[in-house]
Structure formats: C-alpha cells, structure tokens
Design a protein around this ligand. Sequence first.
Ligand code: NAD
Length: 346
Amino acid sequence: MSKVVKVLKLRPTTGRVGGNRNSRRALVAGGAGFLGSHLCERLLLDGYEVVALDNFHTGKKYNLNTILHDQKFTCVEHDVVDALPSGLHVDEIYNLACPASPPHYQADPIHTFKTSVIGSLNLLELARRHDAKIFQASTSEVYGDPLVHPQPENYFGNVNPHGPRSCYDEGKRSAETLFFDYSRMFSLDIRVARIFNTYGRRMQPDDGRVVSNFIVQALRGEDLTVYGSGRQTRSFCYADDLIEGFVRLMNAPQAPLHPVNLGNPVEFTIMELATLVIEYTNSRSKIVHRPLPVDDPRQRRPDISFARENLGWEPRISLAQGLARTVEYFDALLYGGHLVREAAVL
Ligand SMILES: NC(=O)c1ccc[n+]([C@@H]2O[C@H](COP(=O)([O-])OP(=O)(O)OC[C@H]3O[C@@H](n4cnc5c(N)ncnc54)[C@H](O)[C@@H]3O)[C@@H](O)[C@H]2O)c1
C-alpha cells in the first residue's frame, strides 16, 4: 500500500460542466470512507465528475489511491458541520458523512450528532440551491432493538433516545426527518437508504465492526471476541452489492415516498460468522465471550421487498464469497498477503 497520499485541491467551478448526462457532477460527502470510496469509483466509471468531501475522521486518503489522479475526480478536505465551500456546483449529492462504527461515533457523540443533523442541513441547502437530487445514507440503527422481525420500512423502531448509541441512531433518525421535510416543503428530490450491516474491502482494521474485528483477530491468531452468547443475529451485505443498490435507488425514475431498506436478508448468528471467519482464515484462534454492550440489538434482518420489486435489486454476493475477498484484503493490508493459505481465498 502506498504511503504517498495527496489530496487534490478544490477546482473552482462556475457552472455545470457540459450539458450531457455523462458530465453530471456528483458530490460524495464522506467520500474517503469505506463505502464512500467505492461509490466515488463507481460514479467515475458511470461517467460522472466526482467531488469527494471528507474530514478524514475515519476515512483514509489511501482509500482514494485508485482514483486520485483521475481528471474527473476532486477531493476536498472539509467538515460537513461547517459552512460548505463556495463554488460547489453539483447535480447530485450523496451524504455518507458520518462515522459508522460504535467506537468512532461514540468518541465524540456530540460531533456525531451534529454531523448527522447540521451536516444534513448544509447538504440539503446545497441541494436546494442547485436543484440537485440528494441521497442520504441512513441506517438499520433507526430500528434500534427491533420488536418486529424482519424489519419493513414502515416499522418505526425501538430506539433508546439517551443511551451511548443514541448520538448515531437519533442523529440518523433526525436526518431522515430533515430529508422528508425538505421534500415536502421544497419538493426536493430525495432518496433515503436504510443500510444494514455492510462489509468488504477498505474497512479499517481497528474500526470495531464485527466482520473486521473477527478477520483481524483471526489473522493475528488472537481469540475472537463474541459479545454475549453469540446467538444474536445480523445480516451481512457485501459492499459491491450495496453500491449497486445506491445507484439504482438514486436513478429510479420515481423517488420513493419513504426510506428504502438495502441489505442482505440472509441472517446469520454472530457465532456462525465467527466460525466461518476461522475457517476462511485457516486460523487456530478460539472464540471467547464478553458481556453484551448496552443497547446491542438482538436481531437484524431487512425486509427488502420494496427494493426487489421497485429497483430490481437484491444482493448477489454470498457471505462465503464476500468473506473470502475481505480476508484477502486484510491479509494484504496487514501482512502483504502472506498469511492466508490458498484454501482460504479460493
Ligand atoms: N457500513 C455499514 O455497515 C453502514 C451501515 C449503516 C449505515 N452506514 C452509513 O453509511 C455511511 C458510510 O459508512 P462507512 O461504513 O463507509 O463508514 P466510514 O466511517 O468508513 O465512512 C464515513 C466517512 O465520513 C467521513 N466523515 C465523518 N464525519 C464527517 C464530517 N463531520 N464531515 C465530513 N466527513 C465526515 C469519514 O471521515 C469517513 O470518510 C455512514 O453515513 C454510515 O452511517 C454504513
């Protein structure tokens, strides 16, 4: 991995670039993050001019290595909580700016909340000024510890408003409120995705998410930490599948009148995931149990009927395929690709 990172300066823009569909400009807030960097790559491939805006809190400049020198790509270091740089003329906005893993969003909960609320307001105002379509990366955390299973979009959730996870969960819920109020008051074209647990290349080894935790622990030969009994369930979507869902939602001819669940409906227990990771890394690690964190949801599975029927979208990459690719990524990142034996990645 290259240590050389360079952030391109914002190129002042005075108007829309070109007049055809291929020269539309997209702004990706949170563009240096795990999902944001994949989205920037995809939009460039689709012919967009792309501006990534990021404060590099959890995002990494090296996530942008593959696109940094693309003429149609610009990266701006900026915090969405602050007034946005002038001269940003955009046709489409994707708001992914927000730390997504508990250790990171809990490190400064007030800033996390501001990021969701003030950041969304700033981007919604930008969208309004330019009559741009705007996408919000919401989350399955809006369902909290759900009492309805699987979770359909019309379920209002079971969320603790004052616990250690609330800065994230309630911040995202408030952002949804703002998006729909801008749509109702100003007829803004909004697209809101509720993203369920997604994993893949470019997750950070230390970001505290279950898939990356397990893989890194297994590669290091450390015990895998399972919180609680491990019977709690999650559904895991591979990043490439999710990005396809983003693009389909953004390009749907009609804006859905509600948030849309995007995630993998195949449910696994955390113990099943731990066992699979040990298998795919060929590791001798053991599984150890620790107390469950406060407000950890017991089960999660998206009802993706709406996305299936209206966007023709559903995940294509199995957990086995996705884990193999992710293990390969972490092995290359941490050990130059030496640790994982052929059996683990094929
Ligand atoms: N990955 C998932 O499983 C998942 C699930 C649900 C929702 N989401 C949402 O998707 C989005 C992207 O998540 P991710 O997994 O790529 O996480 P990530 O932490 O890798 O990406 C977030 C990006 O936003 C940037 N950022 C954070 N605060 C900012 C601020 N104030 N101003 C500018 N940039 C800021 C970070 O530096 C980072 O690049 C987030 O909004 C997250 O809430 C992700």
